[in-house]
Design a protein around this ligand. Sequence first.
Ligand SMILES: Nc1ncnc2c1ncn2[C@@H]1O[C@H](COP(=O)(O)OP(=O)(O)OP(=O)(O)O)[C@@H](O)[C@H]1O
Ligand SMILES: [Mg+2]
Length: 485
Amino acid sequence: MFTRSGVLDITSRHRVVFTYLKSLKFRILLVMLAIGWIPMALMAASLLGSYKSSAVASRSTELQNQCRILANQLLNYHYLDDPSSELLNGELAQLASTYDGRILIIDKDFRTVRDTYDLIEGKYVVSEEVIRCFEGQTSNLLTAQGFIEITIPIKKSDAKTVQGVLMASVSTNGIKGGAEILQGNASIFFLVYGVLVTALAVVLSWLLVHPVEQIRLGLREISNGHSTEDLAVKNYTETEQISEEFNKIVNQMRLLDESRQEFVSNVSHELKTPLTSMKVLADSLLMQGDAPVELYKEFMGDIAEEIERENKIITDLLSLVKMDKKAASLNIEPVDINDLLELILKRLRPIASRKNIEMVLESFRPVTAEVDEGRLTLAFTNLVENAIKYNKENGWVHVSLDADHKFFYVKVMDSGMGIPEESLNFIFERFYRVDKSHSSEIDGTGLGLAIAKSAVLVHKGAIKVSSQLGEGTTFSVRIPLNYIA
Ligand SMILES: Nc1ncnc2c1ncn2[C@@H]1O[C@H](COP(=O)(O)OP(=O)(O)OP(=O)(O)O)[C@@H](O)[C@H]1O
Ligand SMILES: [Mg+2]
């Protein structure tokens, strides 16, 4: 019976084993062991096999030769007629004992004349080999029981008739013994070789996987927040490249995080400014208990302006957040861009007329494009508003519209104060405003161009600025006629 914790123990142990089996270290170890072991085992098996077969072959040839010599002697001494010769019996016995086997001499009546085991003398042996031998054939075979069996006809070299058969049966135990000794030596060699190969495989797999392990640990340190240092595992080209790519991602994330923090602190600051003004105004009214009604009216007017400012900041921030959302929230439909620009200019004309600024819309052709009308209106309104806001008395604002087969182009030119060169790179950033002195005279939060740029980019378009300080500024916008998802 497993306790609940016992079951958990086993599952987590399984997980550890499974993780190890899946690891690169284990796979490399396995490959190395296979490379070290398999060829060695195959070679040993084939060597042992060929040793056995060649030993059997050489023993049977040797035996065959000895038997042939003996058969000739038997013939010469007429042994088949008189098997009592002590000399020949002695030689037969010696040959049998040398090869640890048995020799039978069979006469032409298939009767055993001599058996070195003294078991079947006088008995008849009618086997296939013996019959074939009487036909003059020599046989030499290895039985399933591991005996070499040889039959040699006893006959004069020039005669046709076979007078008898010499049959020798020899065990291959001696050969087996040799093979076993060889096998024993091979086992010792294998053991030593195996230990060395395994140790080498373990060391090499560790060395190969170590840099990957270092990367893993480095990543863990960084993700746990324990380290802010760059990852630098330079053992292999690949690990060096992984480290570099990873550091790039981390740096991008850091930059993103920094800009997010900066944005949040800017937002808080911008939102606090009108609140602080309102608080000062309200406090100063409260301090003088009997302030005249005119003063109340004046301060209340100021407070209403600050509320208006706060409201604009929040509206701008909300539209910026909306812009940042993915393209899924876009409301794309065919829009007449000429109409859209005309409407924007019409709405802003009263503001322009305050400074007696001339507003001109120049359209080279009718343009209809697949866009989100709301977002583009916001973008172009901001551009034209800036052109009016940062203009001089009696100046001009010139808006032009053109298109080719792929894009439409809108230019907003003005005769205003221009933007200093060093500021050109920053004007699209959130809350950036050129030169704090004019920003205190001219209202604004520095979000307009950020909103305009987001709106253009979400349409896969581009926005550029060129400016001459004291002479004027031109914003050029390019947007695809057909929406690119
Ligand atoms: N046409 C222009 N001429 C001169 N300066 C400009 C022009 N357009 C933008 N700028 C400068 O770039 C800054 C950023 O412009 P942006 O429209 O983002 O903010 P803003 O006009 O100050 O405030 P908001 O548009 O959010 O009310 C402005 O403060 C201004 O200094
Ligand atoms: Mg603006």
